[in-house]
Design a protein around this ligand. Structure first.
Ligand SMILES: C[S@@+](CC[C@H](N)C(=O)[O-])C[C@H]1O[C@@H](n2cnc3c(N)ncnc32)[C@H](O)[C@@H]1O
Length: 311
């Protein structure tokens, strides 16, 4: 098997994580294995990369591609990393990478609904053995809940109109397909001349984030992963939309155990965008784990995440 995925910000990510021979790194989002390969090349012969993906197909694809490299592949959501560390008694890591969202391989897999240009069942799960598909979500949520989901995770201003049309249409449609949803959204959201993205982009993003619990996983990672790093260890996150980038920016800045390396996110060069248009919206943020001796007594370490405040 091969991969179509071209890693974004490859050089910048490598320089930011600065892997050295003998180190142990975690790639929480294996995808097509490009970043894992770079890290594994840098830490060998004695180091290793532990690479996770929630999508079992990403692991099957990479197994052959990464043969001979010091890589341990684990089928898991990265939200489980802390549990895995406890179960396997893994020591603290030298670096952790998250390259969020979906890969080009997932986008090309028309049986899963990730692309609104190809016909296929509207599933949108990284792991179709777990949780609820996007089609089931569309059939289950109330009109209000649908509108809120599309607004919150897609920042889609036409969310109410889209939700109303979905609810009107769902008597006739039980098993939604990607093209049905894309056409429905296009029929209620006018194409903007200023913004050339497909009108269904934001709705698909919202449903994908919802079915995979993507922002919850990221919040958990932002809270837990700094504690899984050695002092001097690096945490690098590549995000693709402002919802994720905002969470990363604030969590890095507010964590007393972290020192942010760049005030502004690292962006792809024009040459990279021309060669790999998918990189256009990528933003890399990096933070270094401080030595506990460098930290003044702080009440915020391990603070509960926002959604747990009032429980
Ligand atoms: C953008 S791709 C990663 C590409 C990879 N860095 C490369 O160089 O090929 C994102 C991958 O992360 C996986 N993923 C997204 N969120 C995840 C999560 N919470 N836990 C585990 N895997 C996740 C997706 O299934 C997808 O394969």
């Amino acid at each position: 098997m091969t991969t179509q995925h071209v890693s974004v910000l490859p050089q910048e990510t490598l320089e930011s994580l600065a892997p050295q021979p003998g180190q142990t790194m975690v790639d929480g989002t294996l995808g097509g294995g490009g970043h894992t390969r770079q890290l594994a090349d840098a830490v060998r012969p004695d180091g290793k990369v532990i690479s996770l993906d929630a999508d079992p197909r990403a692991l099957s694809r990479c197994r052959g591609l990464l043969e001979g490299l010091p890589v341990e592949l684990v089928h898991s959501n990265f939200r489980e990393l802390r549990t895995l560390v406890e179960e396997h008694a893994w020591p603290l890591f030298d670096g952790i990478l998250l390259d969020l969202g979906i890969s080009s391989d997932q986008l090309a897999d028309s049986g899963r609904g990730f692309s609104f240009l190809d016909e296929g069942p509207l599933d949108l799960r990284f792991d179709d053995a777990k949780g609820e598909s996007a089609s089931d979500l569309l059939n289950r949520l109330t009109e209000r809940e649908l509108a809120d989901t599309i607004y919150k995770y897609g920042e889609e201003r036409a969310s109410r109109r889209i939700a109303r049309t979905i609810v009107q249409r769902r008597q006739a449609t039980m098993n939604w397909t990607s093209l049905q949803l894309a056409e429905l959204v296009a029929s209620v959201v006018p194409r903007s001349t200023k913004n050339p993205i497909h009108p269904a982009t934001r709705t698909f993003q919202a449903l994908r984030i919802a079915v995979n619990g993507e922002l919850d996983a990221l919040e958990l990672a932002l809270r837990d992963f700094p504690n899984l790093l050695k002092p001097g260890g690096r945490f690098a996150i590549i995000s693709f939309h402002s919802l994720e980038d905002r969470l990363v920016k604030h969590a890095f800045r507010d964590n007393p155990r972290l020192k942010v390396t760049h005030r502004k996110p690292i962006r792809p060069t024009d040459a990279e965008i021309a060669a790999n248009p998918r990189s256009r919206s990528s933003r890399l943020r990096v933070a270094i784990r401080l030595d506990d001796g460098d930290i003044e007594k702080q009440p915020f370490i391990n603070a509960p995440k926002r959604s747990e405040w009032h429980r």
